[in-house]
Design a protein around this ligand. Structure first.
Ligand code: ADP
Ligand code: MG
Length: 627
C-alpha cells in the first residue's frame, strides 16, 4: 500500500458541526401509485397520520386541476376522474423519471395527455385551462403536490412545521426515478434524508431487521397494490438489506380485480355501459364489492335499476388467474435469487389488494409458510418509513441499518489533498483502515482532519472535524507507522481512530456527520465534483508537484551541508541558484514550471551526487567514518 504523509500543523479539535437539530420530527412517506400516506413515530410507535376527519389515512394519489389552474389533491380529486379526466392526473408514479420513449407503449392508457417534443426528454403532462391554453406539468411537480398535501396533514396534526422526510420507492426504481422522487420532495419543501426501498420499509414495519438476530435472514415481500405488483427477495447481511431479486408486473393489481368483477357482471346482467360516466360508476361499485367480499361472503347492490350480486366464491374464480400470475413472478424472483421456497424465513404481505382472502391463502400455500399480515397492508410501507426516519433522527438505539454513504469520507494529506478512505456508495456499517507515515524528521504531532465530499482538494469539501495525534516518539520521516481507522456505523456516525504502532499512541474522535447535510447540499457537492473534475485534476497534480519539490529542496540543502568539504564554491553557488529558482516556483501555481525547475536542479546535481557516492565509498574503504 502506498505511503502517505500528513501535514504537521497545530490545530484545535473542532466541535462537532453537524449534529442533528433536535426536536423536529422526521416523517416517513409512502408515495404510492394509487394511494399515498404519511406516518410518524409517536410515543415510540409508528402511526399513520389521518386527515381532517381523524380516520382516513390514505390520500389517493390524484391531482385535479380546476379550470382556473387551482389544485385539488387526494380524496376530493377522485370524483373528477370520471367528470374531468383530462384535468385529473392519477398514477403519476408510473411517469416519474421516464422519458416519452419509455412510455410509448402505455401513453394512450391515461385519461390525460402525456406529451414531449423530444423522445429522450422527460415527459410532461398537458392540462387544458379555462382559457383553452394548455398548462404543462412534470411528474415531479405533480408528485410534489401530493407530498405537499401529506406535509400539510402532519403539520396540522402536530401544530409545527415538518421539513424532513424519508420517502419510499419500489426496489426496482432506477437512479433517474429515485432522483425524480428526491426532486419532488425538495419541491414540496422537504429535505429527503433517505430514499428507502418499499420492501425494506415493509420489513422494518414488522420489526424485521431491527435486531442482530435478523442477521442472515431472507425475506420475501409480496406487494399487490392498485395497479402494480412487486415481489422482492431481501437478505439482511451485516445489518444491511440487500435486494437479491425483484420481479412483478407493472400492470397488475387491484384495478384488474375490479375489472374482473365488472366483466362478470356484464356477462351475467348485460349492464348498460356505453358512457364514460357509467363505466366509471360500475368500476367504483366493483371495487366496493371487492372490498366487501374481503369480509363477507356475498355482496348485493343496485346499478341503474338492475340488482347485481356477487359471492366470494364467484369473485375468487375470477381472481384466481390474476393471483396465479403473481405467483409466477414469485417463482422467477426465487430463481433469480438462486433460492428455494424453503430458504425464505419471512413472507410479508403489503398493499391493499392483499386483503383479498384468496391472495393470502395462495401466497401462504405457495411459500408453505404463514404470512405476516397483522399490520394494515395499506400502511405497512409508510409505517416502516417512519421507523427508518426515527432511526435517522437518532431516537432508536442499537438498530442495525441499512444503507450506503452518500458522499466519500476521507482525510487531508500533504498539499491539501483529499484522501478518500470510505468511498461514496459504500455500504454501512463499515470499517476501513489505512497506513500513513510522517513527512518530517522528528515529527511528534499529527493532525488528522476529516472531510466529506468528492473533490480532490479538501478545501472544496466539507470539513467534519479534526484531531491531533500527540506524543509520537521522534523518529526520522517515514518511520512511524500510523494507522487511521474509519468506523462508520449504521446511523451514519463516524469514529476516526489514529494509532502509532511503534509506540502504541492512540487518539480518536467521533463525528456525527451523515445527516447534518441536506440532500440539496449533497446533490450540489456531487454536481460540483463532476463540474470541477478537470480543475481538480490540475489542482491535485500541482499539489503533488509541490510536495515532491519540497522533498527535493530538503535533500538538496542536506546535500550541500553534507558535502561542503569537497564541493567548490562555484558548485555550491550554482546548486544554491537552482534551489532558489525551484523554491520560487513552488511559491507559484505553475505545475510545469515546478517540474522544469526540479529537472534542472536534478540535471545539475546528479553528477555531483555520483561523485559524492564515490567519495563516500572510497572513504569507507579507507576505514574512515563517512560524514
Ligand atoms: P398502491 O401501492 O398502488 O398505491 P395500495 O396498496 O394503496 O396501492 O392498494 C390499493 C388497492 O387496494 C386498490 O386496488 C384497492 O381497491 C385495494 N383494496 C383496498 N382495500 C381492499 C380490501 N378490503 N379488499 C380488497 N382490495 C382492497
Ligand atoms: Mg404501495
Amino acid at each position: 500500500m502506498a505511503k502517505y504523509s500528513i501535514d504537521l500543523q497545530a490545530g484545535k479539535v473542532k466541535e462537532d458541526e453537524a449534529v442533528n437539530s433536535v426536536g423536529e420530527i422526521i416523517v416517513g412517506i409512502d408515495l404510492g401509485t394509487t394511494n399515498s400516506l404519511v406516518a410518524r413515530v409517536k410515543d415510540g410507535r409508528a402511526v399513520a397520520v389521518a386527515g381532517e376527519d381523524g380516520k382516513q389515512v390514505l390520500v389517493p394519489s390524484i391531482v385535479h386541476f380546476r379550470p382556473d389552474g387551482s389544485v385539488v389533491v387526494g380524496e376530493a380529486a377522485k370524483p373528477y376522474l370520471t367528470t374531468a379526466p383530462e384535468r385529473t392526473i392519477y398514477s403519476v408514479k408510473r411517469l416519474l423519471g421516464k422519458s416519452f420513449g419509455d412510455l410509448s407503449d402505455v401513453k394512450d392508457q391515461f385519461g390525460y395527455r402525456i406529451i414531449d417534443e423530444d423522445e429522450d426528454r422527460l415527459v410532461k403532462i398537458a392540462v387544458p385551462g379555462s382559457d383553452g391554453r394548455q398548462r404543462y406539468y412534470s411528474p415531479v411537480e405533480l408528485s410534489a403536490r401530493i407530498l405537499q398535501a401529506l406535509k400539510a396533514r402532519v403539520e396540522a396534526e402536530i401544530g409545527s412545521p415538518v421539513s424532513r422526510a424519508v420517502i419510499t420507492v419500489p426496489a426496482y426504481f432506477n437512479d433517474a426515478q429515485r432522483q425524480a422522487t428526491r426532486d419532488a420532495g425538495k419541491l414540496a419543501g422537504l429535505d429527503v434524508l433517505r430514499i428507502v426501498n418499499e420492501p425494506t420499509a415493509s420489513s422494518l414495519a414488522y420489526g424485521i431487521g431491527l435486531t442482530e438476530e435478523d442477521e442472515g435472514r431472507t425475506i420475501a415481500v409480496y406487494d399487490l397494490g392498485g395497479g402494480t405488483f412487486d415481489v422482492s427477495i431481501l437478505r439482511i447481511e451485516q445489518g444491511i438489506f440487500e435486494v437479491l431479486a425483484t420481479n412483478g408486473d407493472t400492470f397488475l393489481g387491484g384495478d384488474d380485480f375490479d375489472q374482473a368483477i365488472v366483466s362478470y357482471w356484464q356477462e351475467n346482467y348485460g349492464l348498460p355501459l356505453s358512457t364514460t360516466q357509467e363505466r366509471g360508476e360500475i368500476r367504483l361499485l366493483a371495487e366496493r364489492a371487492k372490498k366487501a367480499l374481503s369480509q363477507e361472503q356475498t355482496f348485493t347492490a343496485e346499478f341503474r335499476g338492475t340488482s347485481v350480486s356477487l359471492t366470494r366464491a364467484e369473485a375468487n374464480d375470477r381472481f384466481a388467474p390474476l393471483i396465479e400470475r403473481t405467483l409466477s413472478s414469485c417463482v422467477r424472483a426465487l430463481a433469480d435469487a438462486k433460492l428455494e421456497k424453503g430458504d425464505i424465513d419471512h413472507v410479508i404481505m403489503v398493499g391493499g389488494s392483499t386483503r383479498v382472502p384468496l391472495v393470502k391463502e395462495q401466497v401462504s400455500a405457495f411459500f408453505e409458510k404463514e404470512v405476516n399480515d397483522t399490520l394494515d397492508p395499506d400502511q405497512v410501507v409508510a409505517l416502516g418509513a417512519a421507523i427508518q426516519a426515527d432511526v435517522l433522527a437518532g431516537n432508536q438505539q442499537d438498530v442495525l441499518l441499512l444503507d450506503i454513504t452518500p458522499l466519500s469520507l476521507g482525510i487531508e494529506t500533504v498539499g491539501g489533498l483529499m484522501d478518500p478512505i470510505i468511498p461514496r456508495n459504500s455500504k454501512v456499517p463499515t470499517k476501513v483502515g489505512r497506513k500513513y507515515t510522517t513527512s518530517v524528521d522528528g515529527q511528534v504531532r499529527l493532525k488528522v482532519a476529516v472531510y466529506q465530499g468528492e473533490r480532490d482538494m479538501v478545501a472544496d469539501n466539507r470539513k467534519l472535524g479534526e484531531f491531533i495525534l500527540n506524543d509520537i516518539p521522534p523518529m526520522p520521516a517515514g518511520i512511524p507507522q500510523i494507522e487511521i481507522h474509519f468506523y462508520l456505523d449504521a446511523d451514519g456516525i463516524l469514529r476516526v481512530k489514529a494509532t502509532e504502532h511503534r509506540s502504541g499512541t492512540e487518539q480518536s474522535v467521533t463525528i456525527k456527520s451523515q445527516y447534518g447535510i441536506s440532500e440539496e447540499e449533497m446533490a450540489l457537492m456531487l454536481i460540483d465534483s463532476l463540474n470541477h473534475a478537470e480543475e481538480d485534476m490540475r489542482a491535485r497534480s500541482l499539489a503533488e508537484a509541490k510536495t515532491e519539490a519540497n522533498n527535493v529542496l530538503l535533500s538538496a540543502r542536506k546535500f550541500i551541508r553534507q558535502n561542503e568539504s569537497w564541493l567548490s564554491g562555484e558548485q555550491v553557488q550554482e546548486i544554491g541558484r537552482f534551489v532558489d529558482a525551484l523554491a520560487a516556483s513552488v511559491a507559484g501555481d505553475d505545475k510545469d514550471a515546478i517540474n522544469e525547475r526540479m529537472a534542472e536542479l536534478n540535471t545539475y546535481t546528479t553528477p555531483l551526487a555520483h561523485e559524492a557516492l564515490d567519495r563516500n565509498v572510497a572513504a569507507a574503504m579507507r576505514g574512515r567514518d563517512v560524514n
